[in-house]
Design a protein around this ligand. Structure first.
Ligand code: IMP
Ligand code: MG
Length: 187
């Protein structure tokens, strides 16, 4: 385990089992269809790559980015789309792949975004959910793991752009983010 981590919350094997089940769910739901799976960068990239390979369907991949928080503990308010999709989603079944549903603001913003773009349907698959942190009502259609309110890193999740490449999900030691005075809200 990385020395900046307190403990492993989800091991590689636990993550693989969760991703496999999510892939099977997508396989069932989208059999015979050709949905477009959207990776919300950067946190979802690792999950996205594994999830698509666990789904036995024809699927298009697309990518976008949304700004959530600045460098501080306070939310920057309404998330903004900072990198747009490569392709149109008008008339398409969209699978939005999210790393974590936290306050819920990103999810609410993106559901509205795809509706505005004329998507036929929007299905949200989230790796993690922190229900205790919710500020607005938001729910993924499929969640792999509900987790406690601790700041997590690994498997795509970062703190200050580090730790995304850890193969497990771990609780970050408080001293790591206390040291720079940002707090764990710098997400
Ligand atoms: P929201 O608050 O639901 O809009 O989530 C915004 C984003 O915050 C997520 O997509 C993550 O990138 C990030 N985030 C939330 N909780 C954590 C965490 O524990 N570790 C790393 N990033 C997080
Ligand atoms: Mg992040």
């Amino acid at each position: 385990m990385h020395s900046d981590c307190e403990r492993i919350l989800l091991s590689e094997a636990e993550l693989a089992a969760g991703v496999k089940a999510a892939g099977a769910w997508l396989t069932e739901k989208f059999r015979g269809a050709f949905p477009v799976a959207v990776c919300n960068l950067k946190g979802s990239a690792v999950f996205f790559a594994d999830l698509l390979r666990a789904a036995d369907i024809d699927v298009q991949a697309d990518f976008m980015a949304v700004s959530s928080y600045g460098a501080g503990t306070v939310s920057a308010g309404k998330p903004k789309v900072t990198r747009d999709l490569f392709s149109s989603v008008a008339g398409r079944d969209v699978i939005l792949v999210e790393d974590i549903v936290d306050t819920g603001r990103t999810l609410v913003t993106l559901r509205a975004f795809f509706r505005e773009r004329g998507a036929r349907s929007v299905t949200v698959v989230a790796l993690l959910d922190k229900p205790s942190r919710r500020v607005v009502e938001a729910k993924a259609d499929y969640t792999c793991f509900a987790v406690e309110d601790r700041f997590l890193v690994g498997y795509g999740l970062d703190y200050a752009e580090r730790y995304r490449n850890l193969p497990y999900i771990a609780v970050l030691k408080e001293r790591v983010y206390a040291a720079d005075g940002q707090g764990a809200g710098a997400r």
